[in-house]
Design a binder for this molecule. Structure first.
Ligand SMILES: [Cu+2]
Length: 120
């Protein structure tokens, strides 16, 4: 009876150690992946959009696709959000699912990069 209780305690301690180790691992790679719409025209746009996304703190990767007009990002969910990334992209002049560019930011784009804006 006594040994059974002892074994129970050991099993409990091991269970706690395993679960805390798993938890620590989960918080360190809390990488989230997301895709959202970003309007743009060309290779120059691609570079500006991706740079704006990548300079957002916590963003690991950013790839903008011309054909689908979408950006795919991976980011640390505890450091940033798609909304925050969208805001930075809008600051660079590009309308997206999460934010709309100020007229001034859009106005600064080179003529070839003035994409057609969705009427809202
Ligand atoms: Cu462009």
């Amino acid at each position: 009876m006594k040994t059974l209780k002892y074994k129970g305690i050991i099993a409990f301690v091991i269970a706690v150690l395993i679960s805390s180790a798993t938890f620590a691992q989960n918080t360190s790679n809390l990488l989230e992946k997301g895709t959202f719409k970003v309007s743009g025209n060309c290779e120059m746009c691609k570079k500006r959009i991706e740079t704006a996304a990548l300079t957002t703190k916590g963003v690991k990767t950013a790839t903008w696709d011309d054909a689908t007009q979408t950006i795919t990002v991976t980011y640390k969910a505890d450091k940033t959000s798609e909304q925050a990334i969208g805001k930075n992209i809008a600051k660079a002049g590009y309308d997206n699912d999460h934010a709309t560019a100020e007229p001034g930011a859009y106005g600064k784009l080179p003529a070839c990069c003035k994409y057609t804006r969705d009427k809202k």
